[in-house]
Write a protein that binds this ligand. Structure first.
Ligand code: NAD
Ligand code: UDP
Length: 309
C-alpha cells in the first residue's frame, strides 16, 4: 500500500485515477481547489477509509507525507483555462514548483500531467515525443500550452539539479463520464447538444482532426508510467484513431438517434488543424495499448450525460 497524492483529484480524469488507485489498495489523498472539479465526482469514494480529501490550491505550498504524487491540478478546457489566464500560468509554474519541492522533500516520485498542446499546431504528423512543437507564445492558448511547457522544463530541471524522481505524460484528448457539462470541450458539447436535439456547433469547417481516448485507457497508461522503473518520459498516451470534428458530430448524432442539425461557427484562434499521437514509445516502454473503441466509449459517455441532464 502506498500513500498517493492526486492533485486535481476531484476533476474528470483525477476522479477516475483516485478510483483506480483505491481499487489497487492504496491510500489516496485527493487535493483540489474545486475550480473545475466537483464533490459529486468523488462522492462515491468519501466512505472509503483510505480516501482523504483536502481543499487546497497548489499555488500555495503544502507539506504531506507521500510516496507518489500525480500532479493533475490545472483546468483543461479552453473556456476554463482562459477564464483566468494568469491563474492558469501560476498553477503551471508556482503550483508545479510547489509539488516538485514536496517531491524533493519527501523523496516521492512525481508524475506531471502534460498535454498534446505542447506540440501546438503541429507541423509534424502524427506527433512523436521528439517533436519540439509549434506554439504561439503570445496567443489565447499560451497560458495553457506554454504553461505546460514550462511545467515540463521545471520537471526536467528538478530532476537534473535535485535528482527528483519524475515522470512526464503527454495526454491527448480524453473523454468519458464526469466531464464537466459546462466545460465546452467538443465531446461533452456535442453529446449534450445531441441529447437535447439542439444544433451541433462545429467550429470552423469541421475538417480539423483529433484523436479521442477513453478515460479508462488513459488512466491505465498513467499508472503504468508511474510504476515503470528507469523510464521517465515524456511519453504520449492517448488513442491513435484520428477523426475529423465533422466525423465526430455524425457519430454522436447516430449513437444518440438525435434530430440535431449541424451548424458552423467561427474557429477559435490557434486551434490546431490536426492531432494524432504516435504511440510507439508508449507501446514499447509501457506495453500500452488503448482498448476502448471510440463508439463504445462514446456510448458510455452518452449514458452518463443522460443521467446528468
Ligand atoms: P478538469 O478540469 O476536470 O480537472 C482539473 C482539476 O484540477 C479540477 O478538479 C480543478 O478543480 C483542479 N484544479 C485546477 N487548478 C487547481 C489549483 N491551482 N489547485 C488545486 N486544484 C486545481 O480537467 P481534466 O480533463 O481532468 O484534466 C486533468 C489534467 O490532465 C490537467 O492537468 C490537464 O491539463 C491534463 N490533460 C487533460 C486532457 C483531457 O483531454 N482531458 C488532455 C491533456 C492534458
Ligand atoms: N469544437 C467544436 N465545437 C465545439 C467545441 C469544440 O467544433 O462545440 C472543436 C474545437 O474548435 C477543436 C476541437 O473541436 O477544433 C477539439 O476541441 P476541444 O476544446 O475539445 O479540445 P482541444 O482543442 O483542446 O483539442
Amino acid at each position: 500500500m502506498k500513500n498517493i497524492l492526486v492533485t486535481g483529484g476531484a476533476g474528470f480524469i483525477g476522479s477516475h485515477l483516485c478510483e483506480k488507485l483505491l481499487l489497487q489498495g492504496n491510500h489516496v489523498i485527493c487535493l483540489d481547489n474545486f475550480f473545475t472539479g466537483s464533490r459529486k465526482n468523488i462522492e462515491h469514494l468519501m466512505d472509503n477509509k483510505e480516501f482523504e480529501l483536502i481543499r487546497h490550491d497548489i499555488i500555495e505550498p503544502i507539506i504531506l507525507e507521500v510516496d507518489q504524487i500525480y500532479n493533475l491540478a490545472c483546468p483543461a478546457s479552453p473556456i476554463h483555462y482562459q477564464y483566468n489566464a494568469i491563474k492558469t500560468i501560476k498553477t503551471n509554474v508556482l503550483g508545479v514548483t510547489n509539488m516538485l519541492d514536496l517531491a524533493d522533500e519527501t523523496k516521492a516520485r512525481i508524475l506531471q500531467a502534460s498535454t498534446s498542446e505542447v506540440y501546438g499546431d503541429p507541423t509534424v504528423h502524427p506527433q512523436k515525443e521528439t517533436y519540439w512543437g509549434n506554439v504561439n507564445p503570445i496567443g489565447l492558448r499560451s497560458c495553457y500550452d506554454e504553461g505546460k511547457r514550462v511545467a515540463e522544463a521545471l520537471m526536467m530541471d528538478y530532476h537534473r539539479q535535485h535528482k527528483v524522481d519524475i515522470r512526464i505524460i503527454r495526454i491527448f484528448n480524453t473523454y468519458g463520464p464526469r466531464m464537466a457539462k459546462n466545460d465546452g470541450r467538443v465531446v461533452s458539447n456535442f453529446i449534450i447538444q445531441a441529447l437535447k436535439n439542439e444544433d451541433i456547433t462545429i467550429y470552423g469547417d469541421g475538417l480539423q482532426t483529433r484523436s479521442f481516448c477513453y478515460v479508462d485507457d488513459l488512466v491505465n497508461g498513467m499508472v503504468a508510467l508511474m510504476n515503470k522503473e528507469d523510464f521517465m518520459g515524456p511519453v504520449n498516451v492517448g488513442n491513435d484513431g484520428e477523426y475529423t470534428i465533422k466525423d465526430l458530430a455524425e457519430i454522436i448524432i447516430d449513437l444518440t438517434g438525435s434530430k440535431s442539425k449541424i451548424i458552423y461557427k467561427p474557429l477559435p484562434s490557434d486551434d490546431p488543424a490536426q492531432r494524432r499521437p504516435d504511440l510507439t514509445l508508449a507501446k514499447e516502454k509501457l506495453g500500452y495499448e488503448p482498448v476502448v473503441h471510440v463508439r463504445d466509449g462514446l456510448m458510455k459517455t452518452i449514458e452518463y450525460f443522460k443521467t446528468v441532464l
